[in-house]
Design a protein around this ligand. Structure first.
Ligand SMILES: Cc1ncc(COP(=O)(O)O)c(C=O)c1O
Length: 368
């Protein structure tokens, strides 16, 4: 048996007609960049997140970048985020003119540790970016409290959390703005790169739209130097077709996660913990296991695809040597990074496939 890490083809096979029709509509209307399909998806996704505005953009990275600009980042302003995230979060900070300030994570949720945020603030801090990692919301209430006390904005990095909830509220509706990625493997994935920003702030929404489209107000009228970070029609149309299924797919992932929890319970691995405030939508099912690299290799030999999210914390990447944060700076992040292993996870994964994955883990642990 082979169990891939993700299986995008299984999802396509389950809705082939809807996808083909969605793409053909855009081609026939030649609505390739911006246009009515983008507007339709923006309205649908804003409603899904209980937000007033949604602005479709070219990727999750663009969403973070443009949202930071719209929230008023100026050169040298500091932005706080978690040391365990994908590099896109910190790239966006730098490209918007900000300075990256990292904070360690909580060992159970793997999201930013709110009790360590205050120490990282200074009079230059402008924004906090909690990352809803692996499909689970960060602990937002204490973060929002700190932000309000210090006059900071909160930008949710919800790239991995479409449909996840915090205290029964959707991610994306919790901070001043939120950035989503629709990279193909995400819980809601496009057929290429795509992203969106959601917010209730009208001024920020206008700014994001302006900056995403060359600072263009109307034909040949450019108010500022912007970027080309627009959403294209084919992606928007595919996303509209897929949004209808998102809650069901998230439920299938939750069921699969429950099965893994049960199957793994007698093995020496730490399974993911759904925090009491969260509805986890398992974008990734991440376990902790000793001798992770060797186990991953052994699983690969048995046809089981696994991922690592993320084996090198931000401060230890070559790109961030300039931060001057040596090993030991964020101990929880570093310890977790050595042991995390993302198991195959997608809505269509079968119980039989999961049994095989777990049997292979058990066998690898015995042989090691
Ligand atoms: C936490 C996080 N932030 C931001 C991004 C960036 O999204 P994109 O790949 O759509 O630019 C990703 C995507 O992988 C992500 O996982």
């Amino acid at each position: 048996m082979k169990v891939p890490f993700v299986d995008l083809k299984a999802q396509y096979d389950s809705m082939q007609n809807e996808i083909v029709e969605a793409i053909l509509r855009v081609v026939e209307d030649t609505a390739f960049v911006g246009g009515k399909y983008v507007q339709k998806f923006e309205e649908e996704f804003a409603a899904y997140c209980n937000r007033r505005y949604a602005i479709g953009v070219s990727s999750g990275t663009s969403a973070l970048h443009l949202a930071l600009i719209a929230l008023g980042i100026e050169k040298g302003d500091e932005v706080i985020t978690a040391a365990n995230t994908f590099i896109a979060t910190t790239e966006a900070i730098t490209h918007a003119g900000g300075k990256v300030k990292l904070v360690d994570i909580d060992p159970d949720s793997y999201t930013i540790d709110p009790s360590k945020i205050e120490d990282a603030t200074s009079d230059r801090t402008k924004v906090i970016i909690p990352v809803h990692l692996y499909g689970q919301a960060a602990d937002m209430d204490p973060i929002l409290e700190i932000a309000s006390k210090h006059g900071l904005k909160v930008l949710e990095d919800a790239a991995q959390a479409q449909g996840a909830e915090y205290k029964s509220r959707k991610t994306g509706s919790l901070g001043d703005a939120a950035a989503f990625s629709f990279y193909p493997a995400k819980n809601l994935g496009a057929y290429g790169d795509a992203g969106i920003v959601v917010t209730d702030d009208e001024e920020a929404a206008q700014k994001i739209r302006l900056y995403s489209n060359h600072g263009r107000e109307s034909a040949n009228v450019h108010l500022v130097e912007g970027f080309n970070e627009r959403l294209d029609g084919i992606q928007a149309s595919v996303l509209s077709a897929k949004l209808k299924h998102l809650d069901r797919w998230n439920e299938m992932r939750r069921q699969a996660a429950k099965r893994y929890d049960e199957m793994l319970k007698d093995l020496p691995v730490k399974t993911p913990k759904q925090m009491p405030y969260a509805k986890h939508i398992y974008h990734l099912y991440v376990i902790r296991i000793e001798q992770r690299d060797r186990i991953k290799e052994m699983l690969g030999e048995k046809g089981v695809g696994c991922g690592l999210h993320y084996p090198t914390p931000i401060h230890l990447l070559d790109a961030y040597k300039y931060l001057g944060k040596p090993e030991g700076s964020y101990p929880v992040t570093e310890e977790v990074a050595r042991e995390i292993l993302s198991l195959p996870m997608y809505p269509e994964i079968t119980e039989e496939q999961q049994r095989y994955v777990v049997d292979c883990i058990a066998e690898a642990l015995e042989r090691i």
